[in-house]
Design a protein around this ligand. Structure first.
Ligand SMILES: Cc1cc2nc3c(=O)[nH]c(=O)nc-3n(C[C@H](O)[C@H](O)[C@H](O)COP(=O)(O)OP(=O)(O)OC[C@H]3O[C@@H](n4cnc5c(N)ncnc54)[C@H](O)[C@@H]3O)c2cc1C
Length: 425
């Protein structure tokens, strides 16, 4: 795994400058080829924007492991009973039929950077002129002693949406009054900073709806504080008094281990037993990123803040959760925003279209209880160092019910809009 220093990045950027200065990428034969690995919030957006904006001038291929994509965003609302599973699951047919994108359904196993080929798990090869890598995250199971892929079948993480989310929902629906849910939340950086706390809210909502107000949710957090903490804490006291307890490291003293057999979470302070245990371990960029030599020792991928171009390879871009995106959180909104910057840069490289200065934005909504939505967001711009926040906003404690309802309704509109932007309407 290369450890990229600023100097290495500078050299790479400099080395790339001569070829990148070419106004038009002329191939000896055929159209230039843009390939994307990962058909999630980032990758599918990038493929759609490249195909939509370059039209016939560019050959766009999207490689995705799964035939359908279930969004992590709004998966907490599925847990809470506000959405059904189908409504958060999307296919790739429109990207193929309306935008002419070639969909390769399979796992990318390696990238031959010299030959500029993606090597698929079945041995087939997908050649590229520019590659966008958008594999999302992989879970570091052994970051929590005793946790593993097998243990996740008993203590679901549900941090990649799909069967894990359905398993967590089934286990939540089986909880009875007086029983206890224990959540182990991840250390920074991880996808969706407010996600674990929205999840606790949605689980409490399900229990409260059934009148199970003697059931408890214990959150064991490796972090001393968390996203939108004042807003969640206020909401939990208002809607779910006595049902949610949050323990930071100064209380539990450290998460020592979990046991899928006994349903226990051992900390320095005490051992907590859960009738349902939700363990969300630490995270790193999806496997293909490290295998391609795009990560540094953080486990994520350094990029050029102006374009999302990889610091390790001028022909590759990294977007979404796998990238080190400065002040931007790992969110679907961020991935979608970064995808448009990378798609524009790829078109600039390959078909000579104009590249405008990069701008990025993000908003993360969370639902605390029915019609009680809160949000946090920012605008961002690239500096020489990183993608830096230029202006921020956050919901306030004590807001009136009408504003909170409007915030929730805004998030519903956002979901409809962003999924159309990602997968085509
Ligand atoms: C519970 C929860 C709630 C969330 N809520 C929100 C929210 O409200 N708003 C928000 O903006 N974000 C939210 N997020 C975060 C959001 O889901 C992620 O940040 C976003 O999905 C990242 O997009 P991505 O494209 O980087 O990765 P993903 O969306 O994970 O896409 C990666 C894709 O790559 C594919 N893939 C990976 N490796 C390979 C390979 N080698 N070959 C082929 N395919 C591959 C995967 O199958 C996957 O489809 C939430 C996350 C969670 C867990």
């Amino acid at each position: 795994m290369p450890n990229l220093t600023r100097r290495t990045f500078g050299l790479l950027a400099g080395a790339g400058a001569s070829t990148l200065a070419m106004p038009y990428y002329a191939r000896a034969q055929g159209k230039p080829r843009a390939v994307v690995i990962g058909g999630g919030a980032g990758g599918a957006t990038a493929a759609r924007y490249m195909a939509k904006d370059a039209g016939e001038d560019l050959d766009v291929t999207l490689i995705e492991a799964n035939p359908k994509y279930t969004t992590c965003f709004f998966s907490n609302l599925y847990l809470g009973g506000y959405r059904d599973f189908n409504s958060i699951t999307h296919g790739y047919d429109t990207l193929a039929s309306n935008y002419g994108i070639s969909i390769v359904n399979g796992m990318a196993d390696a990238v031959d950077r010299d030959a500029r080929e993606v090597v698929m798990a079945d041995g087939s090869k997908v050649p590229y002129d520019r590659l966008i890598v958008a594999p999302g995250i992989d879970l570091i199971y052994d970051s929590v002693e005793g946790y593993s892929e097998e243990a996740a079948e008993i203590m679901p993480h549900a941090w990649k949406a799909g069967p894990q989310t359905q398993l967590l929902k089934a286990k939540l629906d089986a909880i009875e009054n007086g029983q206890q849910i224990v959540m182990v939340t991840p250390p920074n950086p991880y996808r969706c900073p407010p996600g674990p706390y929205e999840r606790a809210s949605m689980m409490a909502h399900v229990l409260k709806e059934k009148g199970f107000t003697d059931a408890k949710i214990i959150i064991i957090d490796p972090k001393p504080n968390f996203s939108k903490q004042a807003l969640f804490t206020e909401g939990w006291e208002k809607h779910y008094p006595g049902m949610i307890e949050w323990y930071g490291p100064d209380v539990h003293g450290g998460i020592l281990s979990v046991s899928a057999d006994s349903g226990e979470v051992e900390t320095d302070f005490d051992t907590f037993r859960g009738d349902l245990v939700n363990v969300i371990p630490a995270q790193k960029a999806g496997m293909i990123a490290a295998r391609t030599g795009l990560t540094n020792d953080t486990g994520f991928c350094p990029i050029d803040p102006k374009s999302m171009r990889s610091a390790a390879d001028e022909n590759i871009f990294v977007i979404g959760d796998a990238s080190i995106a400065g002040d931007m959180p790992k969110s679907g909104f961020s991935a979608n925003s970064q995808a448009k910057v990378a798609a524009m840069a790829v078109r600039g490289d390959l078909v000579g279209s104009k590249v405008f200065p990069a701008k990025y934005s993000n908003t993360c909504w969370s639902l605390i209880e029915t019609n009680d939505g809160v949000k946090v967001g920012a605008q961002y711009a690239p500096t020489d160092e990183k993608i830096a926040s230029t202006s921020k906003f956050i919901s306030q404690t004590g807001e009136d019910a009408a504003l909170r309802q409007a915030t929730y309704e805004e998030s519903v509109g956002w979901y409809k809009g962003i999924t159309a932007d990602i997968f085509g309407a």
